[in-house]
Design a protein. Structure first.
Ligand code: FES
Length: 70
C-alpha cells in the first residue's frame, strides 16, 4: 500500500526505514523520501514510527490507590 503518493513510497519502504533506525519523520524522509513533498502522509509515518517503536506494547497502567482512614 502506498503511504506517500507524491514519492510513490509504500508502507514496506517506510517500515524498512524505521527498522533500519529512522526514529522521526525527517529521518524516514531522508531514508526513503516519504513525506518529502506535500506532507499529507507525515501523520501516517508518525503512526508507523510509534507502532514499530521498541516500546510499543508497553502501556502505562494506573493501579488503584487505597486510602487508609486515619
Ligand atoms: S503524500 Fe507524501 S509527501 Fe505528499
Amino acid at each position: 500500500m502506498y503511504v506517500c503518493i507524491c514519492r510513490a513510497v509504500t508502507d514496506r519502504d517506510v517500515a524498512k526505514a524505521i527498522d533500519a533506525g529512522a526514529e522521526t519523520v525527517q529521518e524516514v524522509t531522508r531514508a526513503c523520501r516519504a513525506g518529502g513533498d506535500c506532507g499529507a502522509c507525515r501523520g501516517q509515518i508518525e503512526e508507523m514510527i510509534a507502532e514499530r517503536s521498541p516500546c510499543e506494547g508497553l502501556r502505562l497502567v494506573q493501579l488503584p490507590v487505597r486510602v487508609r482512614a486515619a
